[in-house]
Design a protein around this ligand. Structure first.
Ligand SMILES: Cc1ncc(COP(=O)(O)O)c(C=O)c1O
Length: 406
């Protein structure tokens, strides 16, 4: 057999480092349990511990019984596309879309991958820290020259840097609420970013995976509400509806070419999303009463966890964090605990390793780009209040008295 020269783009895709971290944590958990008789506190994954609400599961069963078992319509089932159009008005303050502006995908992941694919071989940019899948997956898969615009240390936007980078790019990736910081970009910020993109002839790929996981009555502003042709909005059912395993998401754009090409891309790789699941997803967003009843307790629980972590993290000398206003992540800077002589690659995992020894699993900052390598991501998507208390106790024990400059 000739030595295969497989696709450079596919060969350079890496699994998200968060997956590798989870595998490592699983291996180490065994030793930790043997040594201490206790389990790790798992702050490392964006997985959700809740089951999908019953009204959505029932709708999937009903759709199966009703015979929605055949090939899906290219681009998505009308019932779901119409439900999304209504949801855009009701939830996103974005009337003015029709089913032709919607493409159903396998999760936010496929929505984003198809959007990035539109710019194959071109130049893109996004803020750093940046969701790891973009860096390790979409960018190499689509052969994109991707430039990071670092946020300031307090996660505010450096407008000068952004303006400079936008001059050269074909698109900008914006994630709000943001993974890993929990930062929510305000309406004014989103509009300014969108205007800058437009002025520079760049598209705006908007990733709103956490749009419904918001705290303190802070509104999420969706770029889709700007209703312009350069905006490509990507959504998912995964997070808010505890539907991570269903793999349903969607792209919305006023630009017919985006939807037409996205449809072709989707058709060539999957020929559409499982038909009966689309019917259940439509029920998830049209049965507004059941939705409110199902989402409220999950959101309350996330908010209580966020409040506890906020209070307790700030009590640790050397750490100071702002309250995230969305998603379920903290991204604190642990630099005060890294001895000055630890540099380079060893520095990137130093805090992660110390925390793992103490029985706490997190994600190290370099998974999200090279600018916040002393930070770690703490996810509270699947940890209850007792686990959080235990995790905080272990973090304190690992670092108390060792702050070098905090
Ligand atoms: C920022 C961000 N965008 C998109 C997604 C995609 O989620 P899914 O493919 O499950 O819809 C995730 C999942 O973790 C995410 O964190």
């Amino acid at each position: 057999m000739k030595s295969a020269n497989f696709s450079k783009n596919i060969s350079s895709v890496k699994l998200s480092p968060i997956v590798s971290i989870s595998e490592l944590v699983r291996d180490r958990a065994v030793g930790f349990r043997e040594q201490h008789g206790e389990d790790f506190v798992y702050f490392q994954r964006g997985e959700i511990a809740y089951n999908t609400p019953a009204y959505i599961v029932d709708a999937a069963k009903k759709a199966l019984d009703a015979g929605f078992t055949r090939y899906p319509r290219s681009g998505g089932e009308n019932v779901l596309k119409q439900a999304i159009v209504d949801k855009l008005t009701r939830v996103n303050g974005a009337p003015g879309y029709t089913p032709e502006n919607v493409l159903i995908t396998y999760g936010g992941q496929e929505a984003l991958q198809l959007s990035f694919k539109l710019f194959e071989g071109r130049i893109g940019a996004g803020f750093s820290p940046c969701w790891s899948c973009v860096l390790e997956n979409f960018v190499p898969f689509c052969d994109i020259d991707f430039r990071l615009v670092p946020l300031n240390r307090d996660f505010s936007v450096d407008w000068e840097k952004l303006e400079t980078v936008l001059k050269d790019v074909d698109f900008f990736y914006l994630n709000t609420p943001q993974n890993p910081t929990g930062k929510v970009f305000t309406e004014a910020e989103v509009r300014r970013i969108s205007d800058l993109c437009k002025a520079n002839g760049a598209y705006l790929i908007s990733d709103e995976a956490y749009e419904r996981i918001m705290y303190d009555q802070v509104p999420h502003f969706s770029p889709a509400a700007i209703l312009e042709d350069h905006i490509i909005s990507c959504y998912t059912f995964s997070k808010a509806y505890a539907m991570t395993g269903w793999r349903i998401g969607y792209v919305v754009s006023k630009n017919p070419e985006v939807i037409r090409l996205g449809k072709l891309g989707d058709y060539s790789q999957t020929a559409g999303v499982v038909t009966f699941l689309q019917h259940a997803a439509a029920e998830a967003i049209t049965n507004v009463e059941a939705e409110a009843e199902a989402l409220a307790p999950m959101l309350e629980a996330y908010e209580a966890r966020r409040d506890l972590l906020f209070e307790e993290l700030n009590k640790i000398p050397g750490i100071s964090v702002d309250k995230p206003q969305g998603a379920f992540y903290f991204f604190p800077d642990f630099g005060a605990f890294v001895p000055a002589e630890i540099q380079g690659e060893a520095r990137k995992t130093y805090i992660f390793e110390r925390l793992l020894e103490a029985g706490v699993a997190v994600v190290y900052g370099s998974c999200f780009g090279d600018h916040f390598t002393d930070n770690v991501r703490i996810s509270f998507s699947a940890t209850d209040l007792d686990e959080i208390r235990l995790g905080i106790r272990r973090i304190r024990e690992a670092f108390v008295g060792v702050a070098s400059n905090g």
